[in-house]
Structure formats: structure tokens, C-alpha cells
Design a protein around this ligand. Structure first.
Ligand code: BGC
Length: 750
């Protein structure tokens, strides 16, 4: 007993010390920030709030002059370590106060070593992979002097027409929050002064993923509840994970541009969540408030943005041209400027830039695309692959297969498999699937035809040749999808079918009678219903990055058992979008008994109320593949779901355990998912919400029991902008392998 008391006392003293030393280091930091700030003229302060792109400065001397004058605080897109050092030298040695620059870059899914696109990484449901790949990205990027990445993008996105769906972690707030926090940890590590870390940037704050019709930059209209319950949680998680910067979004939300949104940027982000880093606008999003019809002119846009809480302006110059005059005219208080500069300087101190702004110019040669980085990129790609179909165990193919036909525009394209935002990637490092399949089987067993020059190619000229290859092979693997440029910023698509004549190619290949395995590389869920009847198996590989080739080959030939699960629902057509599992039930939920498909409606049928449920006549009411879905070469069975109690208090928690058995003949990962449904609420609640997940390895025949703790606070929701509640009542829960199945039980909050 006495011993325990000592231990507790020890812990108490230790934690008191850590808290007070934390406070001390904070106050040391704040006094350093204040002492720099105190020396700055108004113009120099405003200079810190400016970020320009080095692209603009083909004139290096002009750029240096700006730095020398203290007219810019940050540069984006400079990745030559020598140029970075030159500019830092001017900033530190030739500007009046010697404030170093912070160098930003879009390092979105790797720097030199390219990992799967974030949506692909999300399909691995593995925070450790996201953290480690972000750490590799930070190591590589900082070695050239980049100290700040504009990543992670944690915009929940439920509409795959939106091109930027590629850049985030999918449709679910919990999955996005977890993976976003992991990315931040990976980028920032424990100490931002280390040469293998960089500042992260949680973007785009907020609700950018909800743009109408998936058209980029478009209007967002969302209820307070949707914003609070669905779109904001990943950003709260980013603050909790220690993200030192945020980026505002291009879109408006309910009439107020995100870049001028004081409610979000100040009330929520700073006052409620306690964020003390800095916020950068998106590219030109400050003056764009004029076009939004929210600011009368650029000067007005500068006032709105600065007062809302945008500390740094990216690329445009509404601040540089207007803020000083506005302060003089007392149209904006200098304290607004001071706070912004404090926020920026704080991060520069945290990055250690005042102590050492330079980078070792030889470092990059040693840290780029190391063997371990490439191995991790391969593991990430393997875990991101989702097997959507595997009729009669077509896969895995045997390595003793006599001949395989590899067909399609994505089979051997070093560039297209890398995906969107790969400024610093190197296609010379890419290993393609064709290369890897040949390596595995030997050249003489592999026939290859590209069949189409690229994914949008509409020609059919090479189909005859591809078919004759297919005929002489034992299996056909067709690599199709979307080129990199068809997803990402400003690359929304209204029709999300496979572009060009790719679907026709698959059909023609199937007419040979040979098993056709489709491997799809894309930046979004494509509507692939039209190729389903013509394929025996489908692997969805997203844009898998540098090591996509060996990853795909390993899955095709059973070296690796696929384990990815969809982080986003796969619609049957663009017309079904947005479609997501956490929908509301409606007063007329659709079901198969009431749905009369369009072709079954008799001609001149009179109008009746029969079958009037929440469906589309043509595409029904379910996605083609649901959230959380993915097949394996083995099978898993869930049993023995038990709850520590069927009741919990409004501050309570229950533990649930479940046994998972690998009932097949090969070892594999299973991603177990826990969903809940709040049956009756003071506002209607989604039919299911993900509340936990666990990725576990099971050898063939092995059983493991896993536990989840479900707290009442996990079931809290905002019923209005400011009222978060845990409501007593009945709940249902499911534990299973995707969002449509699982063992189920009821419990209540009392
Ligand atoms: C994008 C941001 C990106 C920025 C800098 C903008 O167009 O929306 O996500 O970080 O450019 O390149």
C-alpha cells in the first residue's frame, strides 16, 4: 500500500514537473516571439504575413531583394537546397532583423519516394503506415530545405466526382481523424527542430469536401449539425495531434467564405480548440472573396481575412498592398497584425529556424528513396489494394502459370501510377506492374499489349491484337483506370465511368473465354458496374505510387494476401453521388420489395404510391460496393460478441469483445469495424457510424478475441451549433468486416 502511495506521489511530482517545465518552455518561447515582434516595423510585420511562390521569381535577384527588405515571411515551391540556403542567408544576414523563411511545399503522398495517394493509404486502415510514410516524406523534403508541407488534407469527402477525393482519407470522420492525426505525427515527430521533421498543415478548413456536385471550389451549404458532426472532427483531431499550421478552404460555407470565416478560424479553432499555430490562406483565396461577392475590393478582403484569423496570405498580395494603409487609417487594429505575426514566429522558433535556418546541401543525396523507404512504399501499396471481386478463386494466380497476357494502358506507365501531386517524385524510380510480373514469372511467360495509348483513348485499333494475345494466354490481367491528371485539384468529373474505350476493351477480352482480371488504378472510386460481368476478379489499386508494380504483382500471385477495405463507398454511377454509408434513414427507407427498377415499370403505368421509397429507378439505393468492403484470399468468421454491460451512464463506457477466426487456408489481415446506431435522437441520427476499427493478423485457422471500448462520449453529437449532447436511449451496435454486415447487439445509455 505504502509502495503504491510512493509510486503515485512519484507520478504526481513527475507530472507537476513536466507541466511546470512545459509552462516554462512555453513562456520562454513566448518571450522570444515577443522580443522579435517588438523590433519590427509595421511593414516588416506585414512582410512576415506574406508567402510567395518561387515560381514567380524567375528573377532570383528580385526575390532576394524582397527577402532582404523583410517583405516576405515564407516561400513556397523552392526545392533546391542551394537556393534555399542562399535565400535563408539573405534573410538571416542581410535583412534588418534576420528572421528566417519558412519554406512550404505540397508534399502530399511522399516527396521523392511516392506512396499511394492518400485515399489509397486510407484503404489500408493502418495509421502506422500513414505515420511512417509521412515520416519518410518529411525526411526527404527537409533534406532539401522544405520545412513545411501542405498536408494532410482531412476534408471528409462523400462525392467521388470531386477530383480532390484522391487527396484525403475518404468519407468517414473517424477514419479521417485517425489517419490525419497519424500523418501529422509522422511529419512533425516529437521535435520539429530535427532534420527529419517538418511542420504539417491541416487543410482545407473547412468543409471543402462538401462542394456541390463535386465541382471544385463550388458552394457548400451545410447544416450546423453536419458541419460539427461530420466535417469538423478531423480538424479537431489535428489540433489535438499538434498540427502547427492550418490552411483555410476556397469554398464558402452557408454564404461565408472559409477564408473570411471568423466563426471557424477564431471562435472554433483558436478559442474552443486552443490552436496556437498559424493559419495560411489557400492560393489567392483572400482576394477571391471579392469574386465570392463577400468583399468590396482587395483591401476589404484583407480586413475580412486578417480579422477572421488568416495569419499568412498565400501567393496573392492583398495584405502586402493594403494592410499598412488600413492600420494607418484605423480600419484594422495593429493588434490583429501582431497576433498573426506572433503565430508565425512561434512556428519558426519551434522549427529551430532561428538557430539553424540552413540545410546540409549534401544530405539529400543520402536520404532520398532509400531501400527502407522503397520497402515501406511497397508495403503501403500492398495494404492499400482492395480486392473487389474474386469469382471462383480466380486469384491468386499460380506462379507456375504457363502464360499470362498483360494488357492495358496502365500496365507499364511509370508516370500515371504515381497519382496527383507528385512534384518531386521521380519516374525513374517507378517500378511498373509489367516489370514486376515479368520479374516474378520470367519474360517468356508474359505477353504485353498496351491496347490503348492512355486511359481516355477511344480507339479500338489494337483490340484485335490484344485479343489474340489473350487467346494464347491462360489468364488476362488488364490494367485500366484513370490517368493521374483526371483527379486532384480542379479535376472533378460528372461521369465517373472508366474513360475512353477501356470498358469495351475488357468486354472484348472477356469474349475470348479466358479469365479476365482487372487491376484498376485511379484517383477516385470509378463506377465500374459495366465491367463487372466481364471480369472474374477485380483489384482496386488506386494510384499506388513508386512501388505499385511489385505490390500488385505480389497480390496477383498470392505472395501477399490482399487486405485493403474501401474508405469510401463505390457508387454505381455519378448520378448516385453523394452516396455514403452513414446516411439518414428517411421516412421511406428503400428496400428491394418496394423498388421497381426502371425497366420493370409497365408502359403507361398509372401513377400510384406503390413503391414510393427512397431510391433511384435506374440505380436503386445501394452503392456498388459499400464502405469498409474488401475481400481476402481467406475468410474470417466473427463470433461470441459480448458486452461488459448492456447499459452505460452518460459518462460511462462499455467494453465489447468479439472473436475473429481465420476460417481459410492462408494467413491474412482482417480489418474489424465497429458501428453504432442511435435509434432515436432529438435530431435524426445516421443509420450507422464507425466508432472503432482494428486491423489484426490471423494465421490460417487461428482465432483471436479483440476488445473495443465504447464510451458514452463516443456517442455524443451536436444537436445544434453549440450544444453537444449524449442522449439517453437505445443503441444498436455491429462488429463485422464491412459497413453492411456484422454481429449485432443492443445497449442503452441511461
Ligand atoms: C491548393 C492547396 C495547395 C496550394 C499550394 C492550392 O491551389 O488548394 O491544397 O496546398 O494550392 O500549392
Amino acid at each position: 500500500m505504502k509502495k503504491l502511495a510512493y509510486i503515485l506521489l512519484g507520478i504526481a511530482i513527475l507530472s507537476a514537473c513536466t507541466t511546470s517545465s512545459h509552462r516554462d518552455s512555453n513562456s520562454v518561447l513566448e518571450s522570444k516571439v515577443d522580443s522579435v515582434l517588438a523590433k519590427l516595423t509595421l511593414d516588416e510585420k506585414i512582410g512576415q504575413m506574406m508567402q510567395i511562390s518561387s515560381y514567380y521569381s524567375s528573377d532570383a535577384e528580385k526575390l532576394k531583394e524582397l527577402v532582404r527588405k523583410g517583405a516576405i515571411g515564407s516561400l513556397l515551391n523552392e526545392v533546391d537546397p542551394k537556393a534555399v540556403n542562399d535565400l535563408q542567408r539573405v534573410a538571416v544576414e542581410e535583412s534588418t532583423h534576420g528572421i528566417p523563411l519558412i519554406i512550404g511545399r505540397d508534399v502530399i503522398h511522399g516527396f521523392r519516394t511516392i506512396f499511394p495517394i492518400p485515399l489509397g493509404q486510407a484503404a489500408a486502415w493502418n495509421p502506422e503506415i500513414v505515420e511512417k510514410s509521412s515520416h519518410v516524406a518529411a525526411t526527404e523534403a527537409r533534406s532539401v530545405g522544405v520545412t513545411w508541407t501542405f498536408s494532410p488534407m482531412i476534408d471528409v469527402a462523400r462525392d467521388p466526382r470531386w477530383g480532390r477525393v484522391a487527396e484525403g482519407y475518404g468519407e468517414d470522420p473517424l477514419l479521417t481523424s485517425t489517419l490525419g492525426a497519424a500523418a501529422i505525427k509522422g511529419y512533425q515527430g516529437n521535435n520539429l527542430t530535427n532534420s527529419n521533421t517538418m511542420a504539417a498543415c491541416a487543410k482545407h478548413f473547412a468543409a471543402y469536401g462538401a462542394v456541390e456536385a463535386g465541382r471544385d471550389y463550388n458552394t457548400v451549404i451545410l447544416s450546423d449539425q453536419e458541419l460539427r458532426n461530420v466535417y469538423l472532427p478531423p480538424f479537431k483531431a489535428a489540433v489535438d495531434a499538434g498540427a502547427v499550421t492550418f490552411m483555410s478552404a476556397f469554398n464558402e460555407i452557408n454564404g461565408v467564405p472559409a477564408t473570411g470565416n471568423k466563426l471557424l478560424l477564431t471562435n472554433v479553432l483558436r478559442n474552443q480548440w486552443g490552436f496556437n499555430g498559424f493559419v495560411v490562406s489557400d492560393w489567392s483565396s483572400v482576394p477571391e472573396m471579392v469574386r465570392h461577392g463577400f468583399a468590396t475590393d482587395e483591401a476589404h478582403s484583407a480586413i475580412i481575412a486578417a480579422e477572421a484569423g488568416i495569419d499568412m496570405e498565400m501567393s496573392s498580395d492583398a495584405y502586402a498592398l493594403n494592410l499598412a494603409q488600413l492600420v494607418k487609417e484605423k480600419k484594422i487594429s495593429e493588434e490583429v497584425i501582431n497576433n498573426a505575426v506572433r503565430n508565425i514566429l512561434r512556428v519558426k522558433f519551434q522549427l529551430g529556424l532561428f538557430d539553424n535556418p540552413y540545410v546540409d546541401e549534401t544530405l539529400s543525396q543520402r536520404v532520398m528513396a532509400t531501400d527502407s523507404a522503397m520497402a515501406l512504399a511497397q508495403k503501403a501499396a500492398e495494404e492499400s489494394i482492395v480486392m473487389l471481386k474474386n469469382e471462383n478463386n480466380t486469384l491468386p494466380l499460380s506462379t507456375s502459370i504457363k502464360r499470362v497476357a498483360v494488357i492495358g494502358p496502365m500496365a507499364n506507365d511509370r508516370y500515371e501510377q504515381l497519382g496527383t501531386w507528385i512534384f518531386d517524385g521521380d519516374t525513374n524510380l517507378t517500378i511498373t506492374p509489367l516489370h514486376s510480373i515479368k520479374k516474378l514469372l520470367g519474360n517468356n511467360k508474359v505477353l504485353f499489349s498496351k491496347a490503348l495509348t492512355h486511359s481516355r483513348d477511344n480507339s479500338t485499333n489494337s483490340f484485335a491484337q490484344a485479343k489474340s494475345m489473350a487467346k494464347s494466354a491462360d489468364a488476362v490481367v488488364v490494367f485500366i483506370g484513370e490517368e493521374s491528371i483526371l483527379s486532384g485539384e480542379a479535376h472533378g468529373r460528372a461521369n465517373i465511368d472508366l474513360p475512353g474505350s477501356q470498358a469495351q476493351l475488357v468486354k472484348e477480352l472477356a469474349s475470348t473465354g479466358k479469365p479476365v482480371i482487372a487491376v484498376i488504378m485511379a484517383g477516385r472510386p470509378l463506377s465500374i458496374g459495366n465491367i463487372m460481368p466481364y471480369t472474374s476478379a477485380i483489384l482496386y489499386a488506386w494510384h499506388p505510387g513508386t512501388m505499385g508494380g511489385p505490390a500488385i504483382a505480389n497480390v496477383l500471385f498470392g505472395v501477399t494476401n490482399p487486405s485493403g477495405k474501401l474508405p469510401i463507398s463505390f457508387p454505381r454511377s455519378g448520378g448516385q453521388c453523394p452516396i455514403y454509408y452513414a446516411k439518414k434513414n428517411s421516412g421511406r427507407p428503400a428496400d428491394y420489395t418496394n423498388w421497381v427498377p426502371i425497366d420493370k415499370i409497365p408502359v403507361r403505368a398509372p401513377q400510384t404510391s406503390l413503391g414510393n421509397t427512397n431510391h433511384h429507378l435506374d440505380d436503386g439505393f445501394e452503392p456498388l460496393f459499400p464502405f469498409g468492403f474488401g475481400l481476402s484470399y481467406t475468410t474470417f468468421e466473427y463470433s461470441d460478441l459480448s458486452l461488459s454491460s448492456e447499459k452505460m451512464g452518460t459518462n460511462g463506457a462499455i467494453t465489447l469483445s468479439v472473436t475473429i477466426t481465420n476460417t481459410g487456408k492462408t494467413g491474412g489481415y482482417e480489418i474489424a469495424q465497429l458501428y453504432t446506431h442511435d435509434v432515436v435522437g432529438s435530431i435524426t441520427r445516421p443509420v450507422k457510424e464507425l466508432k472503432g476499427f482494428a486491423k489484426i493478423w490471423l494465421d490460417a485457422g487461428e482465432s483471436k478475441s479483440i476488445e473495443f471500448t465504447l464510451s458514452a462520449s463516443d456517442l455524443a453529437f451536436y444537436k445544434s451549433w453549440s450544444e453537444q449532447v449524449v442522449e439517453p436511449g437505445q443503441f444498436r451496435l455491429w462488429v463485422g468486416g464491412n459497413s453492411t454486415t456484422g454481429l449485432t447487439q443492443q445497449f442503452s445509455i441511461e
